[in-house]
Design a protein around this ligand. Sequence first.
Ligand code: 13P
Length: 246
Amino acid sequence: MLAANWKMNKTVSEAREFVNTFALAVKDITDAEIIIAPPFTSLMAVGEALRGTNIRLSAQNVFYEEKGAYTGEISPAMLKDAGCEYVIIGHSERRQYFLETDDIVNRKIKASLKHGLNIIFCIGETLEEREKGRTFDILKTQVTNGLKDTDSENLVVAYEPVWAIGTGRTATPAQAQEAHKFIREELRKLFGANADSIRILYGGSVTPENINSLMACPDVDGGLVGGASLKSDSFEKLVRFNRRIK
Ligand code: 13P
């Protein structure tokens, strides 16, 4: 799975222009699930442009209540109505700038699953936490609390070390594999053998230059990409990684 997280980038017309070019460029690809997560304002336009293509629509965030007086928020049902199949939950930027806790993340996951959305659940340690040797503790807490009382169906996990996001400082394949393997073991504690079919994506300065070595890791099942997903030719190179290895 290769997922483009556009974050707070692109107007509606820029988003439409990207999708028109990109959908044509990747229409032959059948062995990777391709996801685009535009800002809320472009969901409808991108969803329409993606209809009948091999690319799926994701939102970048959601609120856990069904409806009501929550100014500025969007419900899971609204995302479904706008054509989303996926939603990214727990991104480190939301944890950092919007004070999302594991409990809030957990509520968002449960509310979204109830409405049939697939979840891209993000976790990852900060540089300070890594340097203090707390990486595994943090990942364990985020997995255990974020996924409390949920099940493994419709779940994708994204390991995004905060120090690698937007910094050009990608985790080495060995660092990524070590974290993904640990996450897989934690998922097994929650979901048993079903954990083996959960895709674990790596995110954090993924580029066409480093994707092959990351994807070669046994527990890396895809990528969640920010900066390198904003240009059609660059995101196309990412979704074609496996063909370029062959
Ligand atoms: P970059 O690819 O820009 O480092 O962003 C990663 C990310 O946060 C994707 O969700």
